[in-house]
Design a protein around this ligand. Sequence first.
Ligand code: HEC
Length: 133
Amino acid sequence: MKTKISKQKGSPWQLIYATSLPIMIFIIALVSCTKDQATTPTPETPNESITTANVSFSNFARQLFQSKCSSCHSVGSSASAKWTYTDLQSIRDHKARIQNAVLVAQTMPLGGTISDKEKELLAAWFERNMPEN
Ligand code: HEC
């Protein structure tokens, strides 16, 4: 007499393993892709610990001028005749024009973007008389 024992040959664990393995591989692939993306630089947003009350050149403005302005306004670059960014002093020397270009006329950064938060912090930094630290 033939019984259908053969049906029970595979343990339930084999079934679970067989179905979950492709899912596991998929998840691992997904996670590693996400990790790859995480290593690519994201657009810099000011750290939340920087506020209008403690904003300084070293914690905020240096990075802003370097990333948003120096590509055109550094020695030998296209817009260096208008204003050359070298250091804090070069900003202090041109405070009014920079303030106007970025915060009033809003013609700068040319072709780039500056967020409302960055403008708020920059305005506060000017108001605080451009402290280095
Ligand atoms: C893509 C290039 C580019 C970037 C980035 C850029 N600028 Fe300019 N900037 C220019 C050019 C070109 C001019 C001259 C515009 C003109 O004469 O109308 C200029 C002019 C200026 C001027 C002179 C305005 C005046 O009074 O005549 C200031 C100040 C200035 N930029 C500040 C900045 C600041 C601050 C940043 C960064 C937040 C910045 N720029 C980013 C290209 C750039």
